[in-house]
Design a protein around this ligand. Sequence first.
Ligand SMILES: C[S@@+](CC[C@H](N)C(=O)[O-])C[C@H]1O[C@@H](n2cnc3c(N)ncnc32)[C@H](O)[C@@H]1O
Length: 330
Amino acid sequence: MGHVPVLLDEVLEALDPRDGETYVDGTFGGGGYALRVLAAADCALYGIDRDFDAMTRAEALAGQHPKLTPLLGRFGEMDELLSTAGVTAVQGVMLDIGVSSFQIDEGERGFSFMRDGPLDMRMGQTGPSAADVVNHMSVGDLITIFRQLGEERQAKRIASAIVTRRSAEPFKTTLDLAQCIEDAVGGRRGKKTHPATLTFQAIRMYVNDELGELARGLAAAERLLAPGGRLVVVTFHSLEDRLVKQFLRERSGAMGGGSRYMPEVEKGPEPSFELKRRKATEPGEAEIKVNPRARSSRLRVAVRTEAPAWAQPVETGNTVPPLKALEAAL
Ligand SMILES: C[S@@+](CC[C@H](N)C(=O)[O-])C[C@H]1O[C@@H](n2cnc3c(N)ncnc32)[C@H](O)[C@@H]1O
C-alpha cells in the first residue's frame, strides 16, 4: 500500500500555489503533496528526499511532470541543494516530518517492530544504523536517547535489558529488539500500543538526527524563502511540534519582550516570519477515521517577511550525544 498524505487540503490551502512560482517539497516521500501542488498551478517544484527509494519514485514521476525536479539530499541543506540547481529564492516550502508508509511497510528497512528485518532505520541509507546504536552505545547514552527522544518512562529498565542481552549476543533484527523490550517491561498488559513503540521512535529519531534536521531545515527555509513566501510544516508528535512552534514564535517576535524581572531584554532582530495562525491546525474526525495515522499530526504555517534571515541557530533543546561521536567510534 502507498502513503496516504495527511492534512492534504489544509497543506494546499496554506501553500496557496500560483502560476509562475517555485516551491520546495523537502519531504517528497510518495509525492502526495507535490502532485497536488503541480496540479493546482503552473509552477515549478523541487522535490527533496534523503531516501533513494523516494527519489526513484520522484524520477519516475518527473517523466510525466516536466516541472518536477527531484533532488536527493537532506532538507537541512535545502538552500545549498537549490543553489546547485541555480535557484536562490522560492515562494513556498513544505515539510511533512517523519517516516513514510513506504519505509514502515518495507520490513527490510528495519523501521517497524511489527515486521522482521535487519535493525537499520536509516532513511538516507548511510551512517550508523539502529543496530550500531543498541549494540555499541553506553547504557547512560541509551537512557538519555530513550528519555529525550521517546519520552519513555521505562528508559532505564529497557536500556539495562538491552545491554545485558547484547553482551551474550548482539542485536541483528527488529523483532529481536522488540521482544527484548517487551520482556523487559512485562508485556503488553492489555495496552493498545506495543511496549517497544517509544523506544523504536527514539532510536529512529536518533539514527536520522531528526530534531537536528528539523532545526536546520527551518533555518534553511528561512534563508531560501522570498518575502511573501509560505512555510508549511506538518509534524507527528509533540517534540517536533514544540520545536516548530518555538521557532515561529521567536522569529515572528511573539516571544514578548521584557518582564518585571528582566525589564531590559535586548530587542531581537526584525521578525523574519509573520504567523498565519497562532494555533496549529489539527485533522478533523473524518480524516482520522479513514487514516488513523493522521491523529497526532499538526500543521503550522507562516509567511516570510522582508527582514533578513536571523543569524541565531535553531536549538533542538535536547542533550543526546552527537551521532558523529558514534560514527567515529565504530
Ligand atoms: C511523511 S513522509 C512524506 C510524505 C509526502 N508528504 C507525501 O505526501 O507522499 C516523509 C519523507 O521525508 C523524508 N525525510 C525525512 N527526513 C528528511 C530529511 N531530513 N531530509 C530529506 N528527506 C527527509 C523521508 O525519507 C520520507 O520519505
